[in-house]
Every structure is written in structure tokens, then in C-alpha cells.
Design a protein around this ligand. Structure first.
Ligand code: SAM
Ligand code: SF4
Length: 331
């Protein structure tokens, strides 16, 4: 049998090379734009893929399907026990591996993650003000995030990116301070438009701060030099003139990048999603646990991508919210 990778192609000619793997749907924060104060009905542990199952699926993706980058996310992926070991097993398969985290616990683990081969980290931080952080995340943990960021940089996880979701009337007055903070510490700053993927269903277009607004605010304070987009990356980037600081904006709602999408997502319970906004999933866990061989899993994966739609329809009458919130899909 020939196991050379064959591209994961959909019917619009998009080739999928980026896999997002959710390692848990649980979280130690309760960000207001993501989940309710009481949390969610977490997946029963038996339903969550074990390390061997995750590694097997990533191996099939890398060896047979042309996946070249893997991002580990959640929920909060740092809550996964033995994360450095799992990272080491995944990096050994060859892809570039990155992590999206709220940064809590990173101070303790950054070096072990780097030694396990982790390449890059994105840390979520929506405000620099302790009281506001506690209000947004409903936990008083901003000091842990600052320590995690510093540890990531010291461990050589480069570049360290800071992700912020501006929300009108909540933290939209911190767009410039966050960019200045990133510049001062050598991090890259990325602003993300809020999306209708919160568990409570309370997303409201009026509170979303758009890419145009973010850029207008940044443009008043800095000279921005366009860097463009790296390949199919969702962030459009600008460099602050006279510095090495790069700021990016991910405008999923107002400037969708579906036409160049190269992503596929695996939930913590082993469901393959061909889009963040997909309303259908493919049950790879059932195949894994039912004794399917690699050929069968590869075929199911390809079929899932072949059925991918052209793009999301946020803002149109046709838009259907996915049943799972962002934290249970893997952001
Ligand atoms: N817990 C980790 C974290 O916060 O980085 C990883 C998972 S979280 C779902 C991934 C990213 O999604 C974070 O940067 C978070 O700010 C963002 N996010 C969560 N809910 C969102 C929403 N409704 N719209 C846009 N981004 C959201
Ligand atoms: Fe947790 Fe990340 Fe959602 Fe915040 S955005 S509640 S840190 S999963």
C-alpha cells in the first residue's frame, strides 16, 4: 500500500494542511464571551480521546493526509494531564506544533513544553487591568498569565502571540495599551473579532468590535506598515513602523477568509469538523474504538473534507449556529 500523503482536498480546491486538536472541553476560566459562570456540562472522561487515540489520529493526518501543522487547543489544553509527553509524541511525527492557552500554568510548564518540541504558543489576554481581567474571566488570575507569557518567551517559544477579543464597552479602550504591552515585551498582538460561538447564545453584533474599528484605533496611535497574510493564515498583519512589533487582526465576521481555509478540527471527543461553523461532524472515535484500520479512518477523513461547504454565513438569514460552543469545538 502506498502511504505517501495525499492532499486533503475539498470540492472547491482548498487543500487542508492545518489540524486543530481540542484536548479537553474543560476550562479553569469562564470568559464572558465564551461560557456561562457555572461552566458547561463537561464531556464524560470516557468520551474524551486518550493520548494513544489522539496520537494515532494525528499520525494518520500527517503521514497520509498532508497535515503539516497541528494546533493544540480546548477548552484549556493546559488542563490535560501529561501535556508535555503528548506534545513530544506529536512533534515526533513531524508537524509544526503550537498551543493556544489562557496562559494559566504556563509559567510552570513552558520549559517542559519547549523541550518536548513545541514550536509556538498563543496566550489569550483581553485586558491589562487586574480587576477587569477578573470581571471578564470571572477569575482573579492575571498574574499567572503575565508569568506564563514571560516563561514562554524565556523558554524560547517564539513568537509568543497574545490574543485579545475586544468587546464594546468592556475592553475596547485597551486596543492601544495591549499593542504597546506586546511591543514592550517582544510579543505579537492579535485582535480577534468576537463570533457567535459563545455557549450562552448571547453574542450580539453590536458589541463586536470590527476589524475596521480596531485598525482605525491602532492607526491613530501608530504608523502601520502592511505585512499582509501568511499563506492561508486567518490574521492580516501590520508592523508598527520603526519597530519589530507585528499586530494582526482576525476578522472572521467582517472579512471572512473561508475561500482560503486550510483547517480541519478534531474535538476532544473525537469528532472531525470540517469548519468551525459546521453543523455536522464525523465520528472518528467510533471508528477508532470499533477497530477500524488506518485506511478506513483515512477514507472517513477525506469524505468529511469533501463535504465541506464554501463558507460560513454569519450575518445572513441562512446562518445556523453550530450546536457546540467554541470551547467545546476547539478555538
Ligand atoms: N482556553 C484557551 C484560550 O482561551 O486561549 C483556548 C481555547 S479558546 C476557545 C481559543 C480562543 O478563542 C481564545 O483566544 C479566545 O479568546 C477565543 N474565543 C473564545 N470565545 C470566542 C468568541 N465567542 N469569539 C471569538 N473568539 C473567541
Ligand atoms: Fe476558557 Fe479559553 Fe473559553 Fe476563556 S476563551 S473560557 S480561557 S476556553
Amino acid at each position: 500500500m502506498n502511504t505517501a500523503p495525499r492532499p486533503l482536498l475539498d470540492r472547491f480546491g482548498r487543500v487542508h494542511t492545518d489540524l486543530r486538536v481540542s484536548l479537553t472541553d474543560r476550562c479553569n476560566l469562564r470568559c464572558t464571551y465564551c461560557m456561562p459562570p457555572e461552566g458547561l456540562d463537561w464531556l464524560p472522561r470516557a468520551e474524551v480521546l486518550g493520548d494513544d487515540e489522539v496520537v494515532r489520529l494525528v499520525r494518520i493526518a500527517v503521514e497520509r493526509l498532508g497535515i503539516t501543522s497541528v494546533r493544540l487547543t480546548g477548552g484549556e489544553p493546559m488542563l490535560r494531564r501529561g501535556l508535555p509527553d503528548l506534545v513530544g509524541r506529536i512533534t515526533a511525527l513531524g508537524p509544526e506544533v503550537s498551543l493556544t492557552t489562557n496562559g494559566i500554568g504556563l509559567a510552570r510548564t513552558a520549559l517542559a513544553l519547549r523541550e518536548a518540541g513545541l514550536h509556538r504558543v498563543n496566550v489569550s489576554l483581553d485586558t491589562l487591568r487586574p480587576e477587569r481581567y477578573a470581571a471578564i474571566t470571572r477569575r482573579d488570575r492575571i498574574a499567572d498569565v503575565f508569568a506564563g507569557l514571560a516563561a514562554a518567551r524565556a523558554a524560547g517559544l517564539a513568537p509568543v502571540k497574545v490574543n485579545a477579543v475586544p468587546v464594546r464597552g468592556v475592553n475596547d479602550d485597551e486596543i492601544v495599551p495591549l499593542a504597546e504591552f506586546a511591543a514592550a515585551h517582544g510579543y505579537r498582538m492579535r485582535f480577534i473579532e468576537s463570533m457567535p460561538l459563545d455557549a450562552q447564545g448571547s453574542w450580539n453584533r453590536a458589541t463586536m468590535v470590527t476589524a475596521d474599528e480596531i485598525l482605525a484605533v491602532l492607526g491613530e496611535r501608530f504608523d502601520l506598515v502592511p505585512v499582509g497574510r501568511h499563506g492561508n493564515a486567518p490574521a492580516e498583519e501590520w508592523r508598527i513602523a520603526g519597530t519589530d512589533t507585528v499586530v494582526g487582526v482576525i476578522a472572521s465576521v467582517t472579512r471572512p477568509f473561508c475561500g482560503g481555509c486550510d483547517r480541519v478540527r478534531l474535538t476532544a471527543d473525537g469528532q472531525l469538523r470540517n469548519c468551525l461553523f459546521a453543523t455536522e461532524e464525523s465520528d472518528l472515535r467510533a471508528l477508532l474504538r470499533g477497530g477500524a484500520d488506518d485506511d478506513r479512518i483515512e477514507a472517513a477523513w477525506k469524505a468529511a473534507i469533501a463535504g465541506k461547504g464554501p463558507g460560513h454565513a454569519i450575518g445572513s438569514a441562512d446562518f445556523v449556529r453550530p450546536e457546540r460552543p467554541m470551547s467545546a469545538i476547539g478555538g
